[in-house]
Design a protein. Sequence first.
Length: 147
Amino acid sequence: IQIIEVEAKKEPTKKSQPKPKDIPFNSFTYKQLNTAQEKISDLCSSLKFNNLISQDTTVPNFKRVFTNSEIKTPVVWTGTISELFYFIKLIHNDLQLVENLKQKQWEVTCQCFVDADGNLFDRSKFRSQKKPKLTAAKIEKSVSNLK
């Protein structure tokens, strides 16, 4: 009898979220950061008012999202993923209120925001999102604080 040893086949490893060191950007950088920091506070208040971010969000923690700081405590996004998609699309792509992240805005979004349960967002899910019909005007009004 001949014994044949079979090597255990390795499961392909699932590609994980890139580590912060893989991304040259820690967070967004608001273009008027040096001249109009109070606008970020106004945006924070407006997003809370519209129940898009957690009521527990502190202004200093929220500001970190717009100062290219390392994010230690992500902001809890209590709105839907399509609302977050539209918010980022407005500030980054459409109105260009933050520095261009050269297609890395969704990776950065995943570092800066978590869902209401504290889970990370999946970058690939942003691709299929559309402008939210019911809340687009609220998001636009909130974002107008940064102009």
